[in-house]
Design a protein around this ligand. Structure first.
Ligand code: BGP
Length: 479
């Protein structure tokens, strides 16, 4: 049997993409409430240009543009129904994130917001009742807006203390949660500094410097929180989370191979710090060349070294191609990363390369590099689905994508890679992070809601629901 008996089969979500209820029960404003999308769906550079004016405009926004983000899929009110459906599906794991702004509305209060804690307690209890293990992310594209507009987000060292305090409340309030992920796609701050770090770029004198300083603070915070989790919940496991983008050379010209190597080195950088406990020499060299000077406290490096992660989690959707000379290379983007288009691969409706073998390559490379258990906490196909008159949804394209990827995961396992589990991103349709719309759907459960955030919000089982049920029942044998 390829997959171990206690393999985690499940789905993944993020608070800012499902909960809605953005202004109830004492929740504070979050960066996710004012940003339209992590890459505005057209040009991921846009977010790097996200300005103070954009924040003000969004705050004053009376249009429907931000409605889907602010309504989510109304998980806040519908979670009992959703968790029941997940129970019927048969998953044994569910990844969710805790909205910091529900627990500390402004990020810097002395006391937490009790209704926020109560909400997550109820969600976690409902999951446990269905025999579903909660896998909890502490920071997923969400932080109190106050810390951003009044302090440039993670650029400020003070945010480390606020975050550790938030994490401590979570560990004390939810000790039954054994699997924690500190930062979703921690590397993503380099691509969308506002969404992932609360940095408003037009306020930065040196954006690149600020991004790496903020990232350093996230690394330190992640290590401190890892330590705290181990102290407060002794049998807990804490993971880092990486946007895994496998990059191939466009040809076997050594210069192209070198270009791909450099991209992959950058892709591994955050996992290197969090799994090995130190900044890689190649990155320190890059900092020196770019004149990036990190401000550190004397014991920062010791904190990083002493508190490495227990496992590495990753999102994997697609791969890209690199060349020494990009002129002539057809460019494409996927998951806010730009690169060359691979002529050997088909793409999704959003142009993301569909590359099942790439997930196997990623797993092999990661395991070879770190020898730590790997957890696929996001994989899936964003596609438009059609709700038929008889309330069915036929999504063979999704089944095909998922099936091929799981097969390749199985092959990696057969080669000796230790994989803890596999979670489908957006198992219940949710608001897309890049487009802020509903029509890019990932789920096996359909949510009746349109791009303007209108609909009945009723849930329907897609064809992929029965398929995944069968996959789980057969522990990945019946694909
Ligand atoms: C990952 C994020 C998720 C989710 C996913 C799909 O990078 O962690 O939050 O958004 O990508 O992306 P999208 O919704 O843009 O299709």
């Amino acid at each position: 049997m390829t997959f171990k008996k206690d393999f985690w089969w499940g789905g993944a979500t993020a608070a800012n993409q499902i909960e809605g209820a953005w202004d109830v029960d004492g929740r504070g404003l979050a960066v996710s409430d004012v940003a339209l999308g992590k890459d505005q769906s057209v040009n991921y550079q846009k977010q790097v240009q996200f300005t103070s004016d954009d924040v003000n405009a969004a705050l004053a926004d009376q249009t429907d543009q931000l409605r889907p983000k602010r309504r989510g899929i109304d998980f806040y009110h519908r979670y009992p129904e959703d968790i029941k459906l997940l129970g019927e599906l048969g998953v044994n794991a569910f990844r969710m994130s805790i909205a910091w702004s529900r627990i500390f509305p402004n990020g810097d209060e002395d006391e937490p917001n009790e209704s926020g804690i109560k909400f997550y307690q109820e969600v976690i209890n409902s999951l446990k009742e269905q025999g579903i293990e909660p896998i909890v992310t502490l920071s997923h594209y969400e932080m109190p807006l106050n810390l951003s507009v009044n302090g440039q987000g993670w650029v400020s060292r003070k945010v480390i203390d606020y975050f550790v305090k938030f994490a401590k409340i979570c560990f004390e309030s939810f000790p039954e949660v054994k699997y924690w992920i500190t930062f979703n796609e921690i590397d993503s701050i380099m691509r969308h500094p506002f969404t992932s770090g609360g940095i408003i770029p037009d306020r930065s004198e040196n954006l690149n410097q600020d991004i790496f300083q903020a990232l350093h603070h996230q690394f330190v915070a992640s290590s401190l929180v890892t330590k705290l989790a181990h102290e407060l919940i002794p049998d807990s496991q804490v993971g880092c989370m990486l946007t895994k983008i496998t990059t191939y050379p466009s040809t076997c010209r050594p210069e192209d191979v070198l270009a791909a190597f450099n991209k992959n080195t950058m892709n591994y950088f955050c996992a290197d710090v969090q799994a090995k406990g130190e900044y890689p020499k190649l990155i320190l060299n890059y900092f020196a060349k770019e004149n990036i000077k990190l401000v550190m406290e004397p014991d920062d490096l010791q904190i990083l070294a002493a508190n490495t992660v227990d496992f590495i989690s990753l999102s994997y959707y697609m791969s890209l191609v690199a060349a020494a000379d990009e002129t002539g290379l057809e460019m494409t983007s996927g998951n806010t990363v730009e690169g060359g288009k691979n002529p050997y691969l088909e793409t999704s409706q959003w142009g993301w390369a569909i590359d099942p073998v790439g997930i196997r390559i990623s797993l092999l490379e990661l395991y070879d590099r770190y020898q730590l258990p790997l957890f696929i906490v996001e994989n899936g196909l964003g596609a438009q689905d059609q709700l038929e008159k008889d309330q069915t949804i036929h999504d063979p394209y999704r089944i095909s994508y998922l099936s091929k990827h799981i097969q390749e995961v199985g092959k990696a396992v057969d080669q000796g890679v230790e994989v803890m589990g596999y979670l489908i991103w957006g198992i219940i349709d949710l608001v897309s992070a890049s487009t802020s719309q509903m029509s890019k759907r990932y789920g096996v459960i359909y949510v009746d809601e349109d791009d303007q955030g209108h609909g009945t919000f009723d849930r329907y089982r897609k064809d992929s629901f029965a398929w995944y049920q069968k996959v789980i029942r057969s522990n990945g044998n019946d694909l």
